[in-house]
Design a protein around this ligand. Structure first.
Ligand code: NAD
Ligand code: ZN
Length: 250
């Protein structure tokens, strides 16, 4: 066992309030490609062309055809992986209280975490641009693209595009929880999308220990992370759960 891993176990065992901040990387092992990094969606698409609100407003048909339909197909098939299950186990063991996720895939809730802040909204629902009516994504009729609401308005995913504001309650609560935690577990995020990327800074500034799980170094690794654990989330998190169980039973 590496020193960093052993320190992470000791730190988690002592903590009273632990929060996890997760990004696209935690869902890679569920078959959902991340945006950046190896195999990322941005290798194929220009984000500003397809994932910016201005692009959607200008040409919703193209954004639906190129990005949203593809996302729906990928997310329909995805199941929680051992990393999501590891975080749910940590909650059941009384170690983890809240997950702040940048993901829109709903996999933390499906794995069993009960307090999940969806920082960028959720892909599980579509919302009418005109009247705000919502419908489950699984029930949307895709025979016409873009799909429309009964009022004639265009449906869009209930998550944010680049250029849109973070839902106010999600932002406020995330900032409060980040400032009040003893430990922040940062899992599978390149920490480049603001303001989500500022949460580890808020935690550190308020005295928390930052444990980072990622196979690659990120902008946080040397500046902010006290305990960087290099590796895939689907491997490291179950290992951490096992070690915490042993620690609790000792
Ligand atoms: P990102 O795409 O910028 O970065 C992904 C990070 O995950 C990288 O640092 C990479 O090294 C790491 N990673 C890759 N495989 C991993 C693994 N097996 N275990 C742990 N880490 C791994 O992701 P981001 O920082 O979350 O920012 C992208 C934005 O895109 C987010 O805001 C999110 O809203 C959105 N997004 C969501 C999903 C999803 O819902 N699953 C997927 C793609 C993008
Ligand atoms: Zn409508």
């Amino acid at each position: 066992m590496s020193d960093l891993f052993a320190d992470a176990v000791e730190t988690l065992a002592k903590a009273k309030k632990t929060v996890a901040l997760t990004g696209a990387g935690i869902s890679v092992e569920s078959g959902i490609p991340p945006f950046r990094g190896k195999g990322g969606l941005w290798e194929k698409l220009d984000p500003m062309k397809y994932a910016h609100i201005d692009a959607f407003l200008e040409d919703p048909e193209t954004v639906w055809n190129v990005l949203i339909k593809e996302m729906k197909m990928v997310l329909d098939k995805a199941r929680p992986n051992t990393a999501h299950i590891g975080l749910a186990d940590l909650e059941r063991m009384g170690i983890l209280q809240t997950v702040i996720t940048q993901n829109v895939d709903g996999l933390h809730q499906r794995a069993g975490n009960s307090d999940v802040i969806e920082f960028h909204g959720s892909f599980a629902w579509q919302r009418c641009q005109t009247c705000d009516w919502t419908i489950e994504t699984s029930r949307v009729d895709l025979s016409e693209i873009p799909p429309r609401c009964r009022c004639g308005g265009i449906l869009r995913p209930d998550c944010i595009f680049f250029g849109e504001m973070i839902p106010h309650d999600a932002l406020l609560r995330s900032q409060q929880i980040s400032a009040a935690c003893d430990v922040m577990l940062v899992v599978g995020t390149s920490a480049t999308v603001q303001p989500a990327a500022s949460m580890p800074f808020i935690a550190r500034d308020n005295g928390a220990v930052v444990i980072e799980i990622n196979p690659e170094p990120t902008s946080l690794t040397r500046r902010i992370s006290n305990l960087p654990l290099l590796g895939a989330a689907g491997t490291i998190l179950p290992r951490l759960v096992k070690a915490m169980r042993r620690h609790q039973n000792a």
